[in-house]
Design a protein around this ligand. Structure first.
Ligand code: HXC
Length: 508
């Protein structure tokens, strides 16, 4: 018996070594951790249960039968994050560059199936060179199996991808269909085809970083929702994110203990909005002052920063914050901001996370660049996303709520449950100057001045909307957290009936 036990330990030791000490050292030299080291950091200490450690590929092409490494380039299994079950797979770059073979794909599919069956989140750690070139179409088939499972699980369990090295070819499309993608700065990049192929096909000369580094995907393409300085920071932040997320679409948001009183008043909010309506202020200050302990996990911070999206908690329970940011482009809604916010709103709605909207928006951004870029379609995404929500929607208008953007930002008319305004709110079709110049075209400067003042007095306040019941209450800024906490408690039992449909037809 002892002999058999020793044999198991020996086989385990070989599998744990992956592609061998030399390749592990090379991985470390690049500032990257190995797949197993990453899993150790991601999960609660000692909680990882590995599956399929001894699985090997079955290829006999190009002498592959002589090169077999147990595990076949991906480490899979499950464990816990702060006591809550998650499933995980981590590409092992030390084994055939983490490339995907038929059996490698089967290992991933097994944990995808398990995660869906157990209704628990799944996290993929990517560091891989795409399809196993020696396997050809068998690898392509494997990718297809993984992709299909990503789609079936979408909206049922949270799926998170962390790009921690190269991520090329087939490896980019599975992350692209998950809920969130995060990258590690300087060591990770994502592209469908790498710089060599780009040069051959288009004569364009680019570096890995220029083609698909974290700076590209967090600022230009919005493919990545955030980037971290190194593997350790990335994994610790993913643990933090998991703490905000429900396990699935039916379980409801997690609840964590908090010492932050729900009725905490923030007197400084009474002076957050400057007297000059054209002066910016930082909307993140409001989010941090409202959320439990100021804890805010921002999503897509570096992309379309004129809108802010992210998770926080009220009374220990997760909420999604969507807010216009007056510090960037005056908080205007453009195509990118609309698309970013729409995706976040849909995630929250799919997973039963109430949405708090802080609104200070001068409208949609005019101009040919925006119109040619499909502003109508992208703006419609946000309108659509809010309108289809069945989760509790609470809106607080802090200052401007102009034009179509007033309707879009979770107004009462499209489903806002509790809509508050601060006394500084200005709810109108447009700003006073623009409005008067249209109504009194050709008027003398004196007339324009008088009418502008009259317009401001009448319309640039929350009271015209409040008189119609479009605003439930005009509230003191310092009481915002208490008001939101009470509204959330009241809305906890919210139920909405919708007609049966196969699925909607979101303007993509
Ligand atoms: C088999 C691979 C591999 C692959 C890397 N390796 N990619 N083995 N199939 N796709 C192996 C290498 O042979 C090497 O093995 C080890 O992994 C490390 O690779 P290096 O090239 O030495 O590392 P590095 O210089 O860091 O470059 C990493 C890389 C590069 C940029 C990822 O390896 C690369 O370009 N690989 C090919 C990428 C690619 O074109 N993949 C196919 C995409 S097509 P040894 O034994 O020396 O350690 C695709 C289609 C699917 O995925 C589409 C579905 C929709």
């Amino acid at each position: 018996m002892k002999h058999i036990l020793d044999q198991l330990e020996e086989r385990r030791a070989v599998a744990r070594l992956g592609g061998g000490e030399k390749r592990i050292a090379a991985q470390h030299a690049k500032g990257k951790l190995t797949a197993r080291e990453r899993i150790e950091l991601l999960l609660d200490h000692g909680s990882f249960e590995e599956f399929d450690m001894f699985v090997e590929h079955r290829s006999t092409e190009f002498g592959m039968e002589k090169q077999k490494i147990p595990g076949d380039g991906v480490v899979t299994g499950w464990g816990t994050v702060n006591g809550r079950t998650v499933f995980v797979f981590a590409k092992d770059f030390t084994v055939f560059g983490g490339s995907l073979s038929e059996t490698h794909a089967q290992k991933i599919c097994k944990v995808q199936d398990m995660a869906l069956k157990m209704r628990a989140p799944i996290i993929g750690l990517f560091d891989a060179g795409g399809a196993r070139i020696q396997e050809g179409v068998a690898a392509l088939g494997g990718y297809g199996e993984v992709f299909k499972r990503n789609v079936v699980a979408s909206g049922v369990i949270p799926q998170i991808s962390v790009i921690m090295g190269p991520c090329a070819g087939g490896d980019v499309y599975s992350p692209a269909m998950t809920d969130f993608i995060f990258m590690v700065r300087d060591t990770s990049y994502m592209y469908v085809t790498g710089p060599d192929v780009v040069k051959t096909v288009t004569n364009e000369i680019v570096t890995h970083e220029e083609l698909g580094g974290a700076s590209v995907h967090t600022t230009k393409t919005s493919i990545a929702d955030g980037a971290f300085d190194n593997d350790l920071e990335a994994l610790l932040q993913i643990r933090r994110l998991i703490d905000f997320l429900p396990a699935n679409n039916l379980e409801g948001v997690p609840e964590w203990p908090t010492d932050d009183p729900a009725d905490r008043a923030e007197m400084s909010l009474d002076t957050l909005v400057p007297d000059n309506p054209n002066k910016p202020y930082d909307m993140k200050e409001l989010i941090r002052k409202v959320a439990d302990e100021g804890d805010f996990f921002e999503i897509a911070e570096k992309f379309a920063a004129n809108v802010i999206t992210g998770f926080g908690r009220i009374e220990g329970r997760t909420v999604g914050f969507v807010a216009n940011q007056p510090m960037v482009l005056a908080g205007v809604l453009d195509a990118d901001a609309s698309r970013k916010a729409a995706r976040f709103v849909r995630f929250c709605d799919a997973f039963g996370i109430p949405i708090i909207t802080f609104e200070d928006v001068p409208g949609f951004l005019p101009g040919t660049a925006q119109e040619y870029g499909g502003l109508i379609k992208h703006g419609a995404k946000l309108l659509f996303a809010y309108s289809e929500c069945t989760v509790p929607l609470i809106t607080v208008i802090t200052r401007k709520a102009y034009g179509g953007a007033y309707d879009v930002m979770a107004s009462k008319h499209i489903g806002g449950d509790v809509n508050y305004a601060w006394p500084s709110a200005q709810i109108a079709v447009m700003g006073a100057k623009g409005a008067v110049e249209i109504i009194f075209r050709g008027g003398t400067p004196e007339e324009i001045q008088v009418q502008t003042k009259a317009y401001e007095d009448r319309f640039l306040s929350p009271f015209v909307a409040a008189e119609r019941g479009y605003i439930d209450e005009v509230i003191m800024p310092h009481s915002t957290r208490r008001r939101i906490a009470r509204a959330l408690a009241m809305l906890a039992a919210k139920e909405v009936e919708r007609p049966w449909k196969k699925h909607d037809n979101l303007p993509l």
